[in-house]
Design a protein around this ligand. Structure first.
Ligand SMILES: Nc1nc(=O)c2c([nH]1)NC[C@@H]1CN(c3ccc(C(=O)N[C@@H](CCC(=O)O)C(=O)O)cc3)C=[N+]21
Ligand SMILES: [Mg+2]
Length: 284
């Protein structure tokens, strides 16, 4: 099968180039889009993503602040920080990096973020609006996957999209967004019986299981488009996805690599959302 690798890094660069122009327009009107990233504790992987976010902000001429809190921080202190950021006019987007330590109730923290600054699209108000197709911030990873498909010329309408994973931040919204694009959507998860039977019917297979190289070529229909949302470390500590790339690319028509696939798109969409948040304040 002649297949093509979907170059997420290159598509992300195209997306951020457009964001950069919007940032310039905003600055000419006296507004610099600002993103606050709150990082609790010092998980090495989280640090990498956070650094990527901060670097990209700088490249696009956006303002960014990184707030690092101790692993032991109380929920109250974190909520107080979020409230400060809600009231800070220089900040248009707030991202509290997940997961949070166990003493903190994630749902409470997410609900405390102003929906106007919810550039992750995780607030219940944003999720509700997304469900009913109203304009809102879309969660960056599934939004990025939609863009990848669009830029790769994959028409979603009428296709059977199978999502493996049902998290609130990836799987669930991914299915909703594909449904809005007129795909026929099937959700699979860890309790699905006979996973092969479902995945083998997928025209578009989105894999978000969190298990390294779990999905090999045997799960994939000839010519399917495969989107790998996973980020794991393999036995040699090398970055890898939830898809076994080598065997999957033998059967897929298009496939995203890890790294260089969905990850860079997640960051690009965060920048787009932050820019949008700033534009909305200007128009109000
Ligand atoms: N509130 C919140 N929002 C998030 O969006 C969020 C989060 N919490 N917690 C963690 C996950 C993970 N995430 C990634 C972002 C970029 C890359 C990325 O840039 N990946 C690069 C390489 C990364 C590397 O070298 O480790 C790539 O795939 O090519 C990966 C993962 C955002 N997340
Ligand atoms: Mg927790």
């Amino acid at each position: 099968m002649t297949n093509s690798i979907i170059d997420g890094k290159q598509i992300a660069a195209q997306v951020t180039e457009k964001v950069k122009k919007r940032v310039e327009d905003l600055k000419a009107k006296g507004v610099t889009p600002g993103l606050a990233v709150v990082l609790v504790g010092n998980n090495a992987a989280s640090q990498t993503y956070v650094n990527n976010k901060t670097k990209t902000c700088e490249k696009l001429g956006m303002y960014s602040v990184l707030i690092e809190l101790d692993e032991q921080v109380s929920e109250e202190e974190l909520l107080h920080k979020v409230e400060q950021l809600n009231n800070d006019d220089k900040i248009h987007g707030i991202l509290v990096q997940l997961p949070l330590p166990k003493q903190i109730d994630e749902d409470r923290v997410i609900a405390a973020i102003s929906p106007k600054k919810d550039v992750d699209g995780f607030h219940p108000e944003s999720v509700g609006k997304m469900m009913i197709g109203q304009q809102t911030f879309l969660p960056c990873t599934p939004f990025g996957v939609l863009k990848l498909l669009e830029y790769s010329g994959v028409d979603v309408a009428g296709k059977h999209a199978v999502i493996i994973g049902r998290s609130n931040i990836v799987g669930k919204p991914m299915g909703q967004l594909l449904l809005q694009k007129d795909a026929t959507v099937t959700y699979c998860h860890s309790r699905t019986k006979d996973l092969h039977a479902f995945t083998k019917q997928a025209d578009i297979l989105v894999v978000a299981t969190g298990r390294a190289k779990m999905i090999d070529g045997s799960y994939i229909k000839e010519g399917a488009v495969v989107i790998d949302v996973g980020i794991n470390r393999d036995e040699n500590n090398k970055l890898c996805g939830d898809v076994d790339f080598a065997s999957a690319q033998e059967v897929a028509s298009k496939i995203t690599p890890v790294p260089g696939g969905v990850g860079p798109m997640t960051i690009a969409m965060l920048m787009e959302n932050t820019c949008l948040a700033a534009e909305i304040t200007l128009n109000n």
